[in-house]
Design a protein. Structure first.
Length: 818
């Protein structure tokens, strides 16, 4: 019986003894937990458990189900030597067996393993040893210095080695065919002194060993780890072909008719060619990440005590003053303190037009300074910069799996046993039932073993996800997971927050109506009360008072009521500024004239801010926020895509309806408080809608989290926000359309890839088995089967690579207007 093990879990969210008791109870209730102790001071849970009955992932799930969280770490490991979907499965199983590893996703296309683990139980050394013991190469961790150069060097070395094997394989195959079919004895009489079968063995042996050695090594590695993968099948195929030739040469069991050295060698060369083309194509799937990494400058010029110093970008500190000359890349994030220049931010935001940067404007590391000299103060450096966060986000997203991949994963699990069964069944049928020749039966066996290819199935999803998410990053569309891609593909409704999303987010006071006091006094009192609020409407009132040069007083007892307004004391007088709900809650009556004026403004799409002084309504301010230029075309395109468009706002019904009519939005949810937006999302979902919500990523966090797809827009370079499955670097609403178009394109490509992978195997495996031979006399020679296998996975990868050139129609129209 296996001994019990102890897990140390770092638990967050506990605040009292009742919390520790709840966590202990949740753990002890698990079947297989022998003992559980929780320390509130250290926030650690020590759990003794039976590893035969449950694992660390089960323990963590119990803690999370109890309402707390377990702090794990994530790491991205670079892997070398994977060739097919079976390698992915073998690595995932091996890594998951490590104590402390709770989740593993291996991406064949990106050649990375995304591991979630408990650092108190397992470390990098154990993971490295497991990878190498399973027969693969550990190349380092993502972000490790020099890893990109090391990967490039290894890839080039591997491709060069494969090229040599391919050239030698085909050259010697042609030589062997020449020896068989050309009258060489007339050219080289001494060849007649040696039997041809012996000569062919001597000529083919060194080349065969050299070309096929990696295949047999990989097969032995798989068998040693009790895995059946494609290398095992390929080794069986070429091994049977070459072994039969040797037996035929010496007349052991088989006759010289079974000598097909050239077939075995050509088969090994074709299999190597397939791996070569596949490796070359896979290397191109992650070019987007390489481009992003390449944006990072190596050096920076910092100003210290009036003297310029050239330093490595790693040595730049927060607060350093950095000088950027025309044509140089900006090395960190920060605020411009001097100078003026246009900066090309297209590599980050996808916006093709350079942006003017001057004092007070923010700059982003990795962008290109075009024409002027600027000085800026660094606010984020190293891994905190927007570019570093984007690289991290994209790498993690590329390792995720959309649910559609489960189809391929299930198929791969049964693939090799099924192919082996078909291969031996084909041999048995042709030899024992159809009484065909042993040569024909062996040819069918070899062809089936070689033509079958789960690689295409294994690459169908990860290549498309990797290229698609990378392409999104190039366009300023950050898609956080494969799940978000698939969810975006199935949307039938999209809801927009109004203020700051459909509108510019910088409202202005357009009208003032005062009753019983001067308009300037009304504005002074209102602005004094509102200056403590961060709401866009409050900021509009304060800006208007500053423009009119009205001095403001200090406010006391200030209180902001979400979705309603503010109350405060200004100069000893009670000031209330807000909407009808606030006035109703406070019992303040509104005159018919005031209501009529408010309704008139609202019918024109303006927001009416009511003002009361000492419990009596005394005026109102009309505030309007201009629609973004991209809002009308974005809404129109979404409707053409058969998506229902919904607008959600805290404005009253009249004002909301006026804005909605400008955009031709039929469904409007008005007077919705911020905390109610998530409930409105839930209500739409209960009505059968698969809905996306577009908001600012901070104020709209609950609604973004509730929606099937949360799209955060207007967050600028703050890509690390927790909510929102999709983050848009630009505030252009056409990027919302582009994000959905890109998602649909990627999912369509995945479906096409999976179809072709199934169709390829479904058509060629029966053909290789000889299904058409009784009717049309058609057979499938092993070397042709090897070529077909090579082309299958290359076709799938090539289809995915086409996504690199995809430009969403919304982006085309956007560029046409520039």
């Amino acid at each position: 019986m296996q001994k019990s093990k102890t897990a140390e879990l770092k638990v967050s969210g506990m605040v009292c003894a009742a919390c520790t008791a709840a966590v202990e109870k949740a753990l002890r209730n698990l079947d297989g937990v022998l003992q559980a102790r929780v320390n509130l001071a250290t926030e650690m849970a020590s759990v003794e458990y039976d590893p035969e009955r449950l694992g660390v992932a089960d323990l963590e799930k119990a803690v999370r189900d109890a309402g707390y969280d377990v702090i794990d770490e994530k790491i991205v490991l670079r892997i070398g030597g994977m060739v097919c979907a079976m390698c992915v499965g073998a690595l995932e199983v091996a890594l998951k067996k490590l104590d402390g590893v709770t989740d593993v996703h291996v991406n064949l296309a990106a050649e990375k393993a995304y591991v979630t683990f408990n650092p108190r139980m397992v470390g990098l050394e154990e993971m490295k040893k497991t990878i190498e013991d399973t027969g693969y190469q550990f190349l380092g961790t993502a972000g490790e210095e020099g890893i990109a150069d090391r990967e490039k060097e290894m890839l080039e070395r591997d491709l060069a080695e494969k090229r040599r094997r391919i050239i030698i394989g085909f050259a010697f195959s042609l030589l062997l065919m020449g020896m068989m079919y050309l009258p060489l004895e007339r050219v080289v009489p001494m060849m007649m002194a040696v039997p041809m079968n012996w000569l062919m063995l001597v000529v083919s042996a060194p080349a065969f060993v050299y070309v096929s050695c990696p295949i047999f090594k990989a097969a032995w590695r798989a068998l040693r780890n009790r895995n059946l993968d494609m290398d095992v099948m390929y080794a069986m195929g070429i091994g049977v072909a070459y072994g039969s030739s040797i037996l035929g040469t010496f007349g052991i069991v088989l006759t010289p008719d079974f000598m097909f050295y050239e077939t075995a060698l050509m088969l090994a060369a074709f299999l190597t060619l397939g791996r070569y083309l596949e490796s070359k194509a896979k290397g191109r799937t992650s070019e987007a990440i390489k481009k992003l990494v390449g944006l990072q400058p190596k050096t920076a010029t910092i100003l210290k005590e009036g003297v310029e110093h050239h330093v490595a970008v790693e040595d730049v500190q927060v607060g350093d003053i950095i000088i950027v000359k025309p044509g140089e890349k900006i090395p960190a994030d920060g605020l411009v303190i001097d100078g003026k220049s246009y900066v090309d931010e297209s590599m980050i935001t996808g916006e093709p037009v350079p942006m003017l940067k001057e004092e007070g404007h923010g700059v982003v590391g990795g962008t290109l300074n075009k024409n002027g000299l600027i000085r800026f103060r660094a606010s984020k450096v190293g891994k905190e910069t927007a570019l570093a966060q984007i690289i991290s986000l994209v790498e993690e997203a590329q390792g995720s799996r959309p649910p559609i991949q489960r189809i391929a994963d299930r198929a791969v699990g049964y693939f090799i046993p099924t192919i082996l069964a078909i291969a031996f069944a084909a041999f048995a049928y042709w030899y024992f039932i159809a009484h065909n020749t042993l040569l024909f039966s062996l040819t069918a066996l070899i062809s089936v073993l070689v033509v079958a290819c789960p690689c295409a199935l294994g690459l169908a999803t990860p290549t498309a996800v990797t290229v698609g998410i990378g392409r999104g990053a190039e366009l300023g569309i950050l898609i956080k997971s494969g799940e978000a891609l698939e969810a975006s593909d199935s949307l039938n409704a999209i809801a927009f927050d109004k203020t700051g999303t459909l509108t510019v987010g910088r409202p202005e006071v357009t009208d003032l109506e005062a009753f019983g006091l001067d308009e300037r006094e009304l504005l002074r009192l209102t602005a004094s009360a509102e200056k403590g609020s961060e709401h866009p409407l409050a900021e509009a009132v304060v800006r208007r008072s500053e423009a009119d040069e009205i001095p403001l007083a200090d406010a006391a007892d200030f209180e902001a009521l979400a979705g309603k307004g503010v109350v405060a004391k200004v100069g000893g007088r009670d000031v209330v500024a807000g909407n009808r709900m606030l006035f109703k809650d406070l019992g303040i009556d509104l005159s018919e004239e005031l209501l009529k004026r408010a309704e008139g403004f609202e019918e024109n799409g303006k927001t009416a801010m009511l003002v009361a002084l000492d419990g009596r309504a005394c005026g109102l301010l009309a505030i309007a926020d201009r629609l973004k230029d991209s809002a009308p075309p974005a809404v129109a395109q979404l409707k053409k895509m058969r998506l229902k468009v919904v607008m959600i706002t805290g404005d009253n019904a009249r004002s909301a309806a006026a804005v909605a009519s400008q955009l031709e939005i039929e469904q409007v949810l008005s007077e919705v408080l911020p905390e109610e937006k998530a409930s409105e999302m839930r209500r739409l979902q209960q009505g059968g809608e698969r809905v996306a919500f577009v908001g600012d990523g901070i104020n709209d966090a609950p609604a973004l989290a509730q929606a099937d797809v949360g799209i955060a827009i207007g967050s600028g370079t703050d890509v690390a926000i927790e909510t929102g499955e999709i983050v848009l670097m630009s505030e252009d609403l056409l990027d919302v359309v582009a994000a959905i178009q890109l998602s649909r394109k990627v999912i369509t490509r995945i479906k096409q890839n999976i179809f072709w992978a199934f169709a390829y195997n479904g058509a060629l495996v029966p053909l290789a088995a000889g299904v058409l031979y009784p009717f049309f006399g058609i057979t499938f020679r092993p070397e042709l089967a090897g070529l077909a296998m090579a082309l299958s996975s290359v076709t799938v990868v090539s289809l995915s690579l086409l996504l690199k050139r995809y430009v969403p129609p919304a982006k085309m129209k956007e560029r046409a207007t520039i």
